[in-house]
Design a binder for this molecule. Structure first.
Ligand SMILES: Nc1ncnc2c1ncn2[C@@H]1O[C@H](COP(=O)(O)OP(=O)(O)OP(=O)(O)O)[C@@H](O)[C@H]1O
Ligand SMILES: [Mg+2]
Length: 315
C-alpha cells in the first residue's frame, strides 16, 4: 500500500506500559513498547496469542489506561486525561474493527442502528434523514445493499457481518483504524475480499491502519511495515519486504518458519524454528533496541547485534 513522504508520525506510541491486576497479581502485558505510524500507512503488529497485541490496540483506543508512557495522535497527546473536546475528536477520528463479527455486533439491533450507533455520540444534532443517508452510504461503501439496514446481524454471512463492522467504523469518517485480527474468524475463501475492501477504502479515504494479526503471510500482503511483539516487548520492526528478506530475531524467524509453504517440497524441507527466551543470558549485557540498517530495528544484546550485522556483511 501507499506510504507517504512526511516524517511526522500520525500515531506515536512512546514507551507504553499496560498492567493488569493488583499487587501480588500484577501482570505487565505491555512492557515498554514504542513505535510510530505514518499517515496513510498500514502498520502491522504480529505476535503469538497472549503477546499483547489487542492490549496495545485497546490502550491506544483508551479502553485500557497506560501504567507508563504516552500515545500521541496527530501531534496531540491522547493518553491520560484529555479535554472533552479532544475526547470527542478522538472518538470520531479513531475507530476499531474487531475479529469476531458475530460477537462484536449487537444481535438484537438492526443493521441500521448498529452502523449508526457511534453517531449518537459525536453527531448528536443530525437529522433522521441525514443519519439514514449516512447509513446508506456506509453500507454501499462496504459493498452491501442499503436494504440490508432493516435486517438483523444473524441474517448475514461471516464476511457480510465483517462488512457491517467496517461500515460501522466508516460512518464515523475516521482517519485511523485499528483492525484487530479482522479476517481471522472468516472463511479462507472470503478473507481476500475483506482485505481488498480494506485496501480500497484506504486508497479512497487516505486511511491509516494498525493491522493486528498472528498471521505473517496475511501481513506480507497488506502491511507497509511490521512490528513483531513477543511477551509484551517489540523484538523487531522493519519494512515488510526487508523483514521477510532478513528476519533477524530468533522469534521473528520462528514466526516465519511457521508459515505454511505452498509447495509440498518446500514444506518437507522447512524446519520449524522454535524460540526459547530462557536460553538468553541478559544479566550483564542487556538487550537494546538497535537500528541495524535504516528502518530495521531489532532487540538484542551486544553479542546478538554483532551476529545480526554479519547477515548484511555476507550479502
Ligand atoms: N482485561 C484483562 N485483564 C487481565 N489480563 C488481561 C486482560 N486483557 C489481556 N490480558 C492478558 O494480557 C496478555 C496479553 O493479552 P492480549 O489479549 O493483548 O494478547 P493478544 O496478543 O491480543 O493475543 P491473541 O492473539 O490471543 O488475541 C495476556 O496474558 C492476557 O491474558
Ligand atoms: Mg488479541
Amino acid at each position: 500500500m501507499t506510504q507517504t513522504e512526511t516524517s511526522t508520525p500520525f500515531i506515536s506510541v512512546r514507551d507504553m506500559h499496560v498492567t493488569f491486576g493488583e499487587r501480588r497479581h500484577r501482570f505487565e502485558a505491555v512492557r515498554g513498547v514504542s513505535f510510530d505510524i505514518m499517515k496513510g500507512e498500514t502498520f502491522g503488529l504480529v505476535g503469538e496469542s497472549g503477546s499483547g497485541k489487542t492490549t496495545i490496540g485497546r490502550a491506544i483506543m483508551r479502553i485500557y489506561p497506560l501504567s507508563g508512557g504516552e500515545v500521541y495522535f496527530d501531534g496531540q497527546k491522547i493518553s491520560g486525561k484529555v479535554s472533552r473536546a479532544l475526547d470527542k475528536q478522538i472518538t470520531q477520528r479513531i475507530q476499531m474493527i474487531f475479529q469476531d463479527p458475530m460477537a462484536s455486533l449487537n444481535e438484537r439491533a438492526k443493521v441500521d442502528y448498529i452502523v449508526s450507533e457511534g453517531l449518537y455520540n459525536v453527531a448528536k444534532g443530525i437529522s433522521e434523514a441525514e443519519r439514514k443517508q449516512r447509513v446508506d452510504q456506509a453500507l454501499r461503501e462496504v459493498g452491501l445493499l442499503p436494504e440490508f439496514a432493516s435486517r438483523f446481524p444473524h441474517e448475514f454471512s461471516g464476511g457480510q457481518r465483517q462488512r457491517i463492522g467496517i461500515a460501522r467504523a466508516l460512518i464515523m469518517q475516521p482517519e485511523f483504524i485499528i483492525a484487530d485480527e479482522p479476517i481471522s474468524a472468516l472463511d479462507v475463501s472470503i478473507r481476500a475480499q475483506v482485505l481488498n475492501l480494506m485496501a480500497e477504502l484506504q486508497q479512497n479515504r487516505g486511511l491509516t491502519y494498525l493491522f493486528i494479526s498472528h498471521d505473517l503471510s496475511v501481513m506480507r500482503f497488506i502491511c507497509d511495515r511490521i512490528a513483531v511483539i513477543h511477551r509484551g516487548l517489540l523484538v523487531e520492526l522493519s519494512d515488510t519486504e526487508e523483514l521477510f528478506a532478513h528476519p533477524l530475531h530468533p522469534y521473528t524467524q520462528a514466526l516465519l518458519s511457521a508459515i505454511p509453504q505452498p509447495s509440498p517440497d518446500a514444506a518437507m524441507r522447512r524446519s520449524l524454528i522454535t524460540y526459547d527466551e530462557s536460553v538468553h543470558h541478559y544479566k550483564d549485557d542487556p538487550p537494546v533496541w538497535t537500528e541495524l540498517v535504516p528502518g530495521h530495528f531489532v532487540l538484542g544484546n551486544q553479542e546478538e547485534i554483532a551476529q545480526y550485522r554479519k547477515v548484511y556483511q555476507n550479502g
